[in-house]
Design a protein around this ligand. Sequence first.
Ligand code: SAH
Length: 296
Amino acid sequence: MRWVAASTARPRWLEIAVPAHAEAVEAVSEILSRYGHNGIAVEIPLAPRGGADHTVKAYLVEDVDSFAKVSDARDALGHLQAFGLGPIGELAVRTVEDEDWLESWKATVTPVRIGRFLVRPTWSDASAPDAITIALDPGTAFGTGLHPTTQQCLEAVSYMDVEGLRVLDVGTGSGILAIAAAKRGAREVVGVDTDPLAVRAAKENAEANGVTVDARPGSAENVDGAFDVVLANLVGPVLVQVAPHLRARLRPSGSLVAAGITTQAERDVLSAFVAEGLGIVDRDERSDWVRLVMTA
Ligand code: SAH
C-alpha cells in the first residue's frame, strides 16, 4: 500500500486506460498498479457483452519518466497477450486535472464486506450494525475489491476465535489482517514485513483503527515466542522457504493460516508444512488461490 504525495501544487496526471476481458482484469490490474499511484480502478460493464468490455485505469503524475512508464506498461501488456489471457484492447493515455482525477478515483473505491468485517476507505463513513469496520487508505487493495487471498485470510480471522490469543501476521502489508485480529479481541498482535514501507503503513493503519499492532521489519525468523495463531499471506515459494520459521512460532495445537498459494504451487507448499509436522484442518480455493488452515 503506497501513498505517493504529489510534489507540485497542481500536478498533471496521466490516465492510462486499458480495455480488458473479465478474465484478464486481474492480470492487467497487477501490471498497471506497478506504474500508477494510489492503485487502480476497474470499470465493470452494467451489461456484460463479453470481449474486452471492462476497463482498467491507472493514474500517474506526468513527469520526465512518464513516457517510459507508459511504454513499459504497454510492453508488459503485450507479454500478457502472449500468455493467451482473454482479449486486451489498446492502451489509451489522456491528461487529467488533479481534482478530476481524485474525485473520479475516489468514487470507484467502495466498501467491501467479508465475513464479520466491513473494509472501507478512510473517507467513507459506511458502516453496518453487525460488522467490524476496518478503515484503510486504499493503495492497491481496493482496485478490484480486495485481493482474493486477503479475502480468504479475513474470512479465516472472521470465523476463528482469536479473543485473548497471541497472533503473528507474517507479511502484514497494510496490516489489514493484524488489524482484523486485534479488532476481534486478540490479546497481542505482532506484524512483520520485509518491506519497511509496509511496516510504516501497518503501524499508521493500526493507529487509525484504534488498535495496537506491534509492527516490525523482518520476517518470522526475527520473532521470538509462541503464538496461538500465525497468519501468512505470502506466495508459494516464500511459504516453502519460511515454513520451518512459521512452524517454530506456533504453539502446540496453534493454527497456521497460509495463503497466496496457487493451485499449481499447492503440492510443494503442503509438503513443506507436512515435513514440519503440520496437517490441514481447513482448505479454501477461489480463483485458483488456495488458503490452508493447519495445525500441529
Ligand atoms: N497480509 C496482507 C498483505 C499480503 S501481501 C494481506 O493479506 O492483504 C504480502 C506481504 O508480504 C508484502 O507486504 C511483502 O512485502 C511481504 N513479504 C514478502 N516476503 C516476505 C517474507 N519472507 N517475510 C515477511 N514478509 C514478506
